[in-house]
Design a protein around this ligand. Structure first.
Ligand code: GLU
Length: 471
C-alpha cells in the first residue's frame, strides 16, 4: 500500500506544517490556531437537467480569516472530496503568506466530471453553485474570491461573476468576486499564463543562486538543462513552453494521461500540445518514444522534474527511484509527506508548491486590485512614460550628436502596458519570496529543507498578524 492510501493529502499538509512549527518558537496554541480550518461547507443542490433533477455535491472551505477576502480556486473533478478541499485551502493560506498576497486561504470543489456535460448544462450547474456559495457567505469581493483550478476556467468564472452581479446589482465591486475572468469581462492580461510563468520565474531565480544550484548537484544556468514535465494542462504547458522558448531548456519528456513521450533531443512543447488537442493523446507524436505506463517517466534521469498535474503522484513507492536533481512542484501537493522525507534524504532539491505555483494567485491579486480600482494597469501612465522616454532619447541624441539605433529606441520608448506590469509584478514577487524562503532556511538550524522553510515563513507571517490582532 502506498502512503497516499494511508495518509491523506490533508494529513500530509498538516504534517509538513507541524514539522515547520516545531522548529519555531511560537506562543502556546498559536500553531494550532493557524493550522485549523475555520469553516467548511458541504452543499447539495438540485439542478433541473435532462428532463429530471440531478443532485450535485460541492464544498467551499475557508481555511483562515487572518486577512480578507479568503482566496482560492474552485475545481470541478469527479474525485474531489471534503478532505482534499481542506488540504488545498490550507495550502492557499500558506501560499498567499509566502508570496505576500494579503489574503487568507480558501478552496472549493464540485464533484462532477465536466466532460460529461454540455456547455449549457455546465453553465446552469455553475450558476446554481454560485447561488449556493453566495447564500452561505462563501462569495463576495471582500469575503471570498474563487478562481479557476482543475476543470474550471475563464468561462466558469464569468458565469459566477455574472450570477453574483445579478444577486448584488448595487455592489460596485461585484466584478472582484472572482478572478481568472476573461479580459473583456474584468480580467487582467496574463492571468491564464500566470501559474506557468511563475514556475519559470521561480526556476530562473533558483538558477541565479549558484550555491543552491551546486547543492542540487548542478552548475550553470537553465540553458540546455534536461526537463521532464508531468501534465500539459494550463500550468505545465505554459511553464514548459516559456522555459523552452525563453530559457533554452530541453524538454526531453512529457507525461500525459494516455502515456508519456520521450526524445533525447527535446520535444517541441507547442507542437506536442497541438498534437494532443488534435488527437486526444500524445502517443505516436513524431520522432518520440512512447511509454504506456507514463508515470514511470517520473523516475527517468533529468535535471528538473516538473510535476504539474495532480496531488500525490510522488509517494513512498516511487520517491526512492527518482533521479532528478531538482523537483519543481508546479501542481498542488504532488509529493506526500513520506515521499518528501525520502527526497530530502536523497538530496533532491525540492522547490515547494506553496511557493512555486503561487503565480496564479499573485496575478489573481493584481486582477482583484484592477477590479477594485476600476481602471486597467498602465492606463494612466503609459503615454506619459512614453513622452518622458522620448525626451530622454532626444537629450541623449543631442549630447551624442547622433541618432540612437531605431531598435534600441523602440525598446526605450515603450511605456508600461498591462501585460508588462503584470509580468514585472509577478517576477518581483517570485524573486523576493525565493530569497525570503532561503533566508528562513539558513537562519534556523532546525530547518533542513526548503519546504519546511517555506511553511515556517508562512507561519511566521501569519503569527505576526495574529499577535498584532490580539495585542
Ligand atoms: N487555483 C489556483 C491555485 O491553486 C489559483 C488560486 C487563485 O488565483 O485564487 O493557486
Amino acid at each position: 500500500m502506498n502512503d497516499i492510501q494511508s495518509t491523506s493529502f490533508l494529513k500530509s499538509v498538516d504534517l509538513c506544517f507541524d514539522r515547520a512549527a516545531e522548529a519555531m518558537e511560537l506562543p502556546k496554541g498559536l500553531a494550532q490556531q493557524i493550522r485549523t480550518c475555520n469553516a467548511i461547507c458541504e452543499m447539495k443542490f438540485g439542478v433541473e437537467l435532462r428532463g429530471g433533477y440531478k443532485i450535485f455535491t460541492g464544498w467551499r472551505a475557508t481555511h483562515s480569516e487572518h486577512a480578507l477576502p479568503a482566496k482560492g480556486g474552485i475545481r470541478f473533478a469527479p474525485f474531489s472530496d471534503q478532505l482534499e478541499v481542506e488540504a488545498l485551502a490550507a495550502l492557499m493560506t500558506y501560499k498567499c503568506a509566502i508570496v505576500n498576497v494579503p489574503y487568507a486561504g480558501s478552496k472549493g470543489a464540485l464533484k462532477i466530471d465536466p466532460k460529461k456535460y454540455s456547455l449549457e448544462e455546465l453553465e446552469h450547474i455553475t450558476r446554481r453553485f454560485a447561488q449556493e456559495l453566495d447564500k452561505r457567505g462563501f462569495l463576495g469581493p471582500g469575503l471570498n474570491v474563487p478562481a479557476p483550478d482543475m476543470g474550471t476556467g475563464q468561462r466558469t468564472m464569468s458565469w459566477i461573476a455574472d450570477e453574483y452581479q445579478k444577486l448584488h446589482p448595487s455592489d460596485i465591486n461585484a466584478q472582484g468576486c472572482v478572478t481568472g475572468k476573461p479580459v473583456h469581462f474584468g480580467g487582467v492580461e496574463g492571468r491564464v499564463e500566470a501559474t506557468g510563468r511563475g514556475v519559470q520565474y521561480g526556476l530562473q531565480e533558483f538558477f541565479r543562486n549558484a550555491d543552491d544550484v551546486a547543492e542540487a548537484g548542478l552548475s550553470g544556468g537553465l540553458e540546455g538543462k534536461r526537463i521532464i514535465v508531468q501534465g500539459l494542462g494550463n500550468v505545465g504547458y505554459h511553464a514548459a513552453k516559456f522555459l523552452q522558448e525563453e530559457d533554452g531548456v530541453l524538454v526531453v519528456g512529457i507525461i500525459e494521461r494516455d502515456g508519456a513521450i520521450f526524445s533525447e533531443s527535446g520535444l517541441d512543447v507547442q507542437k506536442v500540445n497541438q498534437y494532443k488537442k488534435n488527437n486526444g493523446k500524445v502517443e505516436d507524436f513524431p520522432k518520440s518514444q512512447f511509454f504506456k505506463q507514463g508515470y514511470k517517466m517520473l523516475e527517468f534521469p533529468c535535471d528538473v522534474l516538473i510535476p504539474a498535474a495532480m496531488e500525490g503522484v510522488i509517494t513512498n513507492q516511487n520517491a526512492k527511484n527518482l533521479k532528478c536533481k531538482v523537483l519543481a512542484e508546479a501542481a498542488n501537493g504532488p509529493v506526500t509527506y513520506e515521499a518528501d522525507r525520502i527526497l530530502n534524504e536523497k538530496g533532491i532539491f525540492v522547490i515547494p508548491d506553496a511557493y512555486l505555483n503561487a503565480g496564479g494567485v499573485t496575478v489573481s491579486y493584481f486582477e482583484w486590485l484592477k477590479n477594485l480600482s476600476h481602471v486597467g494597469f498602465g492606463r494612466m501612465d503609459r503615454r506619459f512614460a512614453e513622452a518622458q522616454n522620448q525626451r530622454v532619447i532626444e537629450l541623449i541624441e543631442k549630447a551624442l550628436g547622433k541618432k540612437v539605433d531605431q531598435d534600441a529606441k523602440n525598446k526605450l520608448l515603450e511605456g508600461p502596458s498591462e501585460i508588462n506590469l503584470i509580468r514585472s509584478g509577478l517576477e518581483d514577487t517570485m524573486r523576493v519570496s525565493y530569497n525570503e524562503i532561503k533566508e528562513q532556511h539558513h537562519s534556523n538550524a532546525k530547518i533542513t529543507d526548503r519546504r519546511t522553510a517555506a511553511y515556517a515563513l508562512a507561519i511566521k507571517k501569519i503569527a505576526d498578524i495574529y499577535e498584532s490582532m490580539y495585542l
